[in-house]
Design a protein around this ligand. Structure first.
Ligand SMILES: [Zn+2]
Length: 242
């Protein structure tokens, strides 16, 4: 016959399940679900502590199975994190690298477009061309270093366009929206007695002021300016006033 025996006082107390062992399993399972070493590592620590306490409790604590399960899940969680973290992080590094490279190429391309625009204006002024006239790359070559016409660093195609219109790159993000933020030297017109330059949309002569910069002198192929802080700079065609 099976009969429930009521607990009799004086008997040794019922063994208690180790709280640490329970925590170990909970944290270990969370470590696997979340792939987080923030759960898995404490789970492993709790598991080891629980086993040690159970061993030294003289039978007062149980939960060895729970603690071992906690250790196993905790170590699996750590292993998953070690494998998965690099898999998750590496693509971000690659993306950040790509973004930085794209930005560098965009800036380089915009600078080249400025050079082309400066060359167009120089060509127009030397050849007596008007707005709407379209120079060819061959026409503009003499205005570039070593006669080499610029190319887009990302292999975009340049459209020189007419005088009065900005040149563009076939890669949309390379063509500046609404023009450059800072005025740049678009044209230098040097005559021994009477030199002027086009900076941004302003024609300037020595002594003039553009955005706080004083035009000190205009040479055959450069403009000397003095910044608001008193620093002298020599700007060539396409250089930004800053
Ligand atoms: Zn480009």
């Amino acid at each position: 016959m099976n009969e429930t025996v009521p607990p009799i006082s004086g008997y040794p107390p019922q063994p208690k399940t180790s709280g640490l062992a329970i925590w170990s399993l909970v944290l270990g399972v969370l470590g696997i679900i979340c792939c987080s070493i923030l759960c898995a590592v404490p789970g492993v620590i709790c598991g080891h502590k629980a086993l040690s306490k159970i061993k030294h409790s003289g039978g007062a604590l149980t939960g060895e199975g729970l603690a071992i399960a906690g250790l196993v899940t905790g170590y699996i969680g750590i292993l998953l994190a070690v494998i998965l973290i690099p898999i998750a992080v590496i693509p971000n590094f690659v993306k950040a690298f790509d973004r930085a490279r794209d930005k560098a190429m965009r800036i380089e391309c915009i600078n080249k477009l400025r050079d082309i625009e400066a060359a167009k204006n120089q060509w127009a002024s030397e050849k007596g061309k008007k707005n709407g006239d379209v120079p060819t790359a061959q026409d503009l070559r003499p205005y570039f270093k070593n006669g080499v016409f610029p190319t887009c660093p990302a292999a975009g195609t340049y459209t020189i366009g007419a005088i009065g219109n900005a040149p563009t790159c076939s890669i949309p993000s390379h063509s500046q929206a609404g023009g450059p933020a800072s005025p740049y030297v678009k044209m230098i017109l040097y005559k021994p007695k009477d030199a002027c330059a086009l900076i941004g949309n302003k024609t300037v002569m020595a002594g003039d002021n553009v955005q706080g910069f004083t035009i000190v002198a205009i040479g055959t192929n450069s403009v000397t300016v003095k910044s608001p802080t008193g620093v002298k700079k020599e700007l060539r065609l396409g250089d930004v006033l800053k």
